[in-house]
Design a binder for this molecule. Structure first.
Ligand SMILES: Nc1ncnc2c1ncn2[C@@H]1O[C@H](COP(=O)(O)OP(=O)(O)OP(=O)(O)O)[C@@H](O)[C@H]1O
Ligand SMILES: [Mg+2]
Length: 263
Protein backbone atom coordinates (compact mmCIF):
# COMPACT_ATOMS: atom_id res chain seq x y z
CA UNK A 1 0.00 0.00 0.00
CA UNK A 2 1.40 3.37 -1.03
CA UNK A 3 1.48 6.68 0.77
CA UNK A 4 -1.03 9.26 -0.44
CA UNK A 5 0.64 12.66 -0.67
CA UNK A 6 -1.46 15.65 -1.63
CA UNK A 7 0.28 18.76 -2.98
CA UNK A 8 -1.77 21.82 -2.23
CA UNK A 9 -1.68 25.62 -1.93
CA UNK A 10 -3.90 28.57 -1.07
CA UNK A 11 -2.73 30.84 -3.86
CA UNK A 12 -2.55 29.53 -7.44
CA UNK A 13 0.52 29.35 -9.64
CA UNK A 14 3.00 28.70 -6.83
CA UNK A 15 4.42 25.47 -8.28
CA UNK A 16 2.19 22.57 -7.12
CA UNK A 17 2.17 20.77 -10.48
CA UNK A 18 5.89 21.43 -10.91
CA UNK A 19 6.62 19.89 -7.51
CA UNK A 20 4.26 16.94 -8.07
CA UNK A 21 5.87 16.05 -11.42
CA UNK A 22 9.38 16.53 -10.01
CA UNK A 23 8.67 14.41 -6.94
CA UNK A 24 7.45 11.56 -9.17
CA UNK A 25 10.65 11.79 -11.24
CA UNK A 26 12.76 11.98 -8.06
CA UNK A 27 11.04 8.92 -6.56
CA UNK A 28 11.70 7.06 -9.82
CA UNK A 29 15.40 7.85 -9.42
CA UNK A 30 15.16 6.32 -5.94
CA UNK A 31 13.62 3.17 -7.43
CA UNK A 32 10.10 3.94 -6.19
CA UNK A 33 6.89 3.74 -8.21
CA UNK A 34 4.54 6.73 -8.24
CA UNK A 35 1.12 7.41 -9.63
CA UNK A 36 0.45 11.08 -10.27
CA UNK A 37 -3.21 12.07 -10.17
CA UNK A 38 -4.09 15.42 -11.66
CA UNK A 39 -7.14 16.64 -9.76
CA UNK A 40 -7.19 20.11 -11.26
CA UNK A 41 -10.40 19.30 -13.16
CA UNK A 42 -10.90 21.52 -16.19
CA UNK A 43 -7.35 22.94 -15.98
CA UNK A 44 -5.10 19.90 -16.22
CA UNK A 45 -1.37 20.36 -16.68
CA UNK A 46 0.59 17.32 -15.47
CA UNK A 47 0.31 15.64 -18.89
CA UNK A 48 2.24 18.58 -20.35
CA UNK A 49 4.83 18.51 -17.53
CA UNK A 50 5.59 14.89 -18.52
CA UNK A 51 5.24 15.34 -22.30
CA UNK A 52 2.20 13.03 -22.34
CA UNK A 53 -0.43 15.40 -23.72
CA UNK A 54 -0.92 13.29 -26.87
CA UNK A 55 -1.22 10.02 -24.98
CA UNK A 56 -4.16 10.74 -22.69
CA UNK A 57 -7.30 8.90 -23.81
CA UNK A 58 -9.20 8.36 -20.54
CA UNK A 59 -9.14 10.56 -17.45
CA UNK A 60 -9.95 10.46 -13.76
CA UNK A 61 -13.67 11.20 -14.31
CA UNK A 62 -13.91 8.32 -16.81
CA UNK A 63 -12.31 6.06 -14.23
CA UNK A 64 -14.64 7.22 -11.45
CA UNK A 65 -17.66 6.77 -13.77
CA UNK A 66 -16.59 3.23 -14.68
CA UNK A 67 -16.17 4.15 -18.37
CA UNK A 68 -12.66 2.69 -18.43
CA UNK A 69 -10.49 0.33 -16.38
CA UNK A 70 -7.61 1.50 -14.18
CA UNK A 71 -5.06 0.22 -16.67
CA UNK A 72 -6.60 2.30 -19.46
CA UNK A 73 -6.54 5.53 -17.44
CA UNK A 74 -2.90 5.09 -16.34
CA UNK A 75 -0.44 6.62 -18.81
CA UNK A 76 3.21 5.58 -18.46
CA UNK A 77 5.87 8.26 -18.67
CA UNK A 78 8.11 7.51 -21.70
CA UNK A 79 11.29 8.16 -19.72
CA UNK A 80 10.62 5.83 -16.77
CA UNK A 81 7.84 3.26 -16.26
CA UNK A 82 8.06 4.02 -12.54
CA UNK A 83 6.03 7.19 -13.19
CA UNK A 84 2.40 6.87 -14.26
CA UNK A 85 -0.25 9.54 -14.65
CA UNK A 86 -4.01 9.71 -14.38
CA UNK A 87 -5.00 12.95 -16.12
CA UNK A 88 -7.76 15.28 -14.97
CA UNK A 89 -10.83 15.73 -17.14
CA UNK A 90 -10.43 18.79 -19.29
CA UNK A 91 -14.11 19.43 -20.04
CA UNK A 92 -15.68 18.66 -16.65
CA UNK A 93 -15.45 20.30 -13.25
CA UNK A 94 -14.90 18.56 -9.89
CA UNK A 95 -18.61 18.97 -9.01
CA UNK A 96 -19.57 16.42 -11.69
CA UNK A 97 -17.62 13.57 -10.08
CA UNK A 98 -19.20 11.37 -7.42
CA UNK A 99 -17.12 11.76 -4.23
CA UNK A 100 -17.54 8.17 -3.01
CA UNK A 101 -16.54 6.69 -6.34
CA UNK A 102 -13.57 9.00 -6.51
CA UNK A 103 -12.42 7.90 -3.05
CA UNK A 104 -12.70 4.24 -4.09
CA UNK A 105 -10.67 4.92 -7.26
CA UNK A 106 -7.93 6.70 -5.30
CA UNK A 107 -7.82 3.94 -2.66
CA UNK A 108 -7.40 1.36 -5.40
CA UNK A 109 -4.62 3.35 -7.13
CA UNK A 110 -2.84 3.63 -3.78
CA UNK A 111 -2.59 -0.19 -3.65
CA UNK A 112 -0.66 -0.16 -6.92
CA UNK A 113 2.29 2.16 -6.13
CA UNK A 114 4.71 3.38 -3.47
CA UNK A 115 3.54 7.01 -3.69
CA UNK A 116 0.18 8.32 -4.85
CA UNK A 117 0.87 11.99 -5.63
CA UNK A 118 -2.24 14.14 -5.85
CA UNK A 119 -1.95 17.49 -7.63
CA UNK A 120 -4.67 19.54 -5.95
CA UNK A 121 -6.39 22.59 -7.48
CA UNK A 122 -5.59 25.91 -5.79
CA UNK A 123 -8.09 27.16 -3.22
CA UNK A 124 -10.56 25.62 -0.82
CA UNK A 125 -13.46 24.37 -2.97
CA UNK A 126 -14.80 20.88 -3.60
CA UNK A 127 -11.68 19.96 -5.58
CA UNK A 128 -9.62 20.61 -2.44
CA UNK A 129 -11.95 18.47 -0.30
CA UNK A 130 -11.89 15.60 -2.80
CA UNK A 131 -8.12 15.74 -3.14
CA UNK A 132 -7.33 15.86 0.58
CA UNK A 133 -9.78 13.12 1.66
CA UNK A 134 -7.88 10.31 3.41
CA UNK A 135 -4.45 11.76 2.56
CA UNK A 136 -1.50 10.45 4.59
CA UNK A 137 0.62 13.53 3.97
CA UNK A 138 -0.12 17.04 2.69
CA UNK A 139 2.55 19.34 1.29
CA UNK A 140 1.52 22.98 1.43
CA UNK A 141 3.35 24.88 -1.32
CA UNK A 142 3.99 28.61 -0.99
CA UNK A 143 6.19 31.27 -2.50
CA UNK A 144 7.91 33.79 -0.20
CA UNK A 145 5.54 36.75 -0.52
CA UNK A 146 3.01 38.39 1.77
CA UNK A 147 -0.15 37.39 -0.13
CA UNK A 148 0.96 33.81 -0.26
CA UNK A 149 1.74 33.86 3.47
CA UNK A 150 -1.79 35.01 4.29
CA UNK A 151 -3.37 32.38 2.01
CA UNK A 152 -1.04 29.70 3.35
CA UNK A 153 -2.03 30.49 6.95
CA UNK A 154 -5.69 29.95 6.04
CA UNK A 155 -4.86 26.77 4.15
CA UNK A 156 -2.72 25.40 7.00
CA UNK A 157 -5.70 25.89 9.34
CA UNK A 158 -7.97 23.98 6.96
CA UNK A 159 -5.45 21.19 6.49
CA UNK A 160 -5.07 20.84 10.26
CA UNK A 161 -8.85 20.41 10.55
CA UNK A 162 -8.80 17.55 7.97
CA UNK A 163 -7.05 15.01 10.20
CA UNK A 164 -4.14 14.49 7.82
CA UNK A 165 -1.41 12.72 9.80
CA UNK A 166 1.56 14.64 8.35
CA UNK A 167 1.54 18.28 7.24
CA UNK A 168 4.62 19.70 5.53
CA UNK A 169 5.68 22.98 3.98
CA UNK A 170 7.53 23.52 0.69
CA UNK A 171 8.67 27.06 -0.04
CA UNK A 172 9.24 27.46 -3.77
CA UNK A 173 10.97 30.05 -5.97
CA UNK A 174 13.27 31.23 -3.19
CA UNK A 175 15.94 33.79 -4.15
CA UNK A 176 18.78 35.07 -1.96
CA UNK A 177 16.84 38.30 -1.21
CA UNK A 178 14.10 36.21 0.44
CA UNK A 179 16.64 34.90 2.97
CA UNK A 180 17.66 38.33 4.29
CA UNK A 181 16.50 38.97 7.88
CA UNK A 182 14.41 41.99 6.84
CA UNK A 183 12.32 40.05 4.28
CA UNK A 184 8.84 39.88 5.88
CA UNK A 185 7.81 36.59 4.23
CA UNK A 186 11.03 34.59 4.46
CA UNK A 187 10.89 30.76 4.57
CA UNK A 188 11.68 30.99 8.32
CA UNK A 189 8.67 33.27 8.92
CA UNK A 190 6.47 30.81 6.98
CA UNK A 191 7.60 27.83 9.02
CA UNK A 192 7.09 29.70 12.30
CA UNK A 193 3.67 31.21 11.48
CA UNK A 194 2.30 28.02 9.95
CA UNK A 195 3.85 25.70 12.53
CA UNK A 196 4.81 23.19 9.85
CA UNK A 197 7.97 21.20 9.20
CA UNK A 198 9.74 22.38 6.03
CA UNK A 199 10.26 19.51 3.59
CA UNK A 200 11.79 21.64 0.81
CA UNK A 201 13.27 25.06 0.13
CA UNK A 202 13.31 25.23 -3.66
CA UNK A 203 15.32 27.96 -5.38
CA UNK A 204 14.11 30.08 -8.27
CA UNK A 205 15.68 28.31 -11.22
CA UNK A 206 15.24 28.98 -14.96
CA UNK A 207 15.94 25.27 -15.56
CA UNK A 208 12.50 24.39 -14.18
CA UNK A 209 10.66 26.07 -17.04
CA UNK A 210 13.06 24.73 -19.68
CA UNK A 211 12.61 21.20 -18.35
CA UNK A 212 8.83 21.60 -18.35
CA UNK A 213 8.95 22.51 -22.04
CA UNK A 214 10.65 19.21 -22.87
CA UNK A 215 8.49 17.00 -20.64
CA UNK A 216 11.35 15.91 -18.37
CA UNK A 217 11.20 17.40 -14.84
CA UNK A 218 14.36 19.06 -13.50
CA UNK A 219 14.74 16.44 -10.73
CA UNK A 220 15.38 13.79 -13.40
CA UNK A 221 18.32 15.76 -14.77
CA UNK A 222 21.61 16.77 -13.23
CA UNK A 223 22.66 20.40 -12.82
CA UNK A 224 19.40 22.01 -11.72
CA UNK A 225 19.39 23.50 -8.21
CA UNK A 226 15.61 23.29 -7.96
CA UNK A 227 15.75 19.70 -9.19
CA UNK A 228 18.30 18.87 -6.52
CA UNK A 229 16.17 20.47 -3.79
CA UNK A 230 13.17 18.38 -4.86
CA UNK A 231 15.35 15.25 -5.09
CA UNK A 232 16.40 15.91 -1.47
CA UNK A 233 12.74 16.38 -0.49
CA UNK A 234 11.91 13.00 -2.07
CA UNK A 235 14.71 11.41 -0.04
CA UNK A 236 13.31 12.98 3.16
CA UNK A 237 9.80 11.73 2.31
CA UNK A 238 11.38 8.33 1.75
CA UNK A 239 12.73 8.37 5.30
CA UNK A 240 16.34 9.51 4.73
CA UNK A 241 17.89 12.30 6.76
CA UNK A 242 19.12 14.93 4.29
CA UNK A 243 20.30 18.43 5.32
CA UNK A 244 18.86 21.48 3.51
CA UNK A 245 21.21 22.93 0.87
CA UNK A 246 22.22 26.54 1.33
CA UNK A 247 20.27 28.83 -0.98
CA UNK A 248 22.61 31.75 -0.50
CA UNK A 249 24.69 32.48 -3.57
CA UNK A 250 28.39 31.92 -2.96
CA UNK A 251 31.29 32.80 -5.24
CA UNK A 252 33.08 29.63 -6.45
CA UNK A 253 36.40 30.64 -4.91
CA UNK A 254 34.76 31.26 -1.50
CA UNK A 255 32.95 27.92 -1.78
CA UNK A 256 36.28 26.20 -2.47
CA UNK A 257 37.89 27.91 0.54
CA UNK A 258 34.96 26.84 2.73
CA UNK A 259 35.24 23.24 1.52
CA UNK A 260 38.95 23.29 2.31
CA UNK A 261 38.14 24.56 5.76
CA UNK A 262 39.98 27.87 5.16
CA UNK A 263 36.93 30.04 5.61
N1 LIG B 1 11.47 26.85 -8.63
C1 LIG B 1 11.03 27.41 -9.75
N2 LIG B 1 11.85 28.23 -10.48
C2 LIG B 1 11.40 28.81 -11.61
N3 LIG B 1 10.16 28.65 -12.12
C3 LIG B 1 9.30 27.87 -11.43
C4 LIG B 1 9.68 27.21 -10.21
N4 LIG B 1 8.62 26.50 -9.78
C5 LIG B 1 7.63 26.70 -10.67
N5 LIG B 1 8.01 27.52 -11.65
C6 LIG B 1 7.19 28.00 -12.78
O1 LIG B 1 6.01 28.59 -12.25
C7 LIG B 1 4.92 28.39 -13.12
C8 LIG B 1 3.73 27.87 -12.32
O2 LIG B 1 4.04 26.58 -11.84
P1 LIG B 1 2.89 25.46 -11.67
O3 LIG B 1 2.05 25.33 -12.88
O4 LIG B 1 3.59 24.23 -11.19
O5 LIG B 1 2.03 26.10 -10.49
P2 LIG B 1 0.66 25.55 -9.87
O6 LIG B 1 0.68 25.87 -8.42
O7 LIG B 1 0.48 24.13 -10.24
O8 LIG B 1 -0.41 26.45 -10.63
P3 LIG B 1 -2.00 26.26 -10.61
O9 LIG B 1 -2.48 26.78 -9.28
O10 LIG B 1 -2.46 27.11 -11.75
O11 LIG B 1 -2.28 24.80 -10.80
C9 LIG B 1 5.40 27.44 -14.22
O12 LIG B 1 5.67 28.21 -15.36
C10 LIG B 1 6.69 26.86 -13.66
O13 LIG B 1 7.63 26.53 -14.68
MG1 LIG C 1 -1.15 23.16 -11.24
Amino acid sequence: MGEKIVITSGKGGVGKSTIAANLAAAFARLGKNSILVDMDMGLRSLDVFLGLENKVVFDLSDLADGICREKQALVKWDVSPRVRLVAAAQLRGSETVDEDRLTRVLDSLKEDCDYLLIDCPAGVGRGFRNATASADTAILVATPDGVCLRDAERMAGLLKSRDIPRLLLAVNRVSPRHLKPDWPASPGVFAEKLGLETIALIPEDACVERCTQCGVPAAWQKGSRAGRAIMDAARRLNGESVPQISLNREFPVLRLLRRLGLR
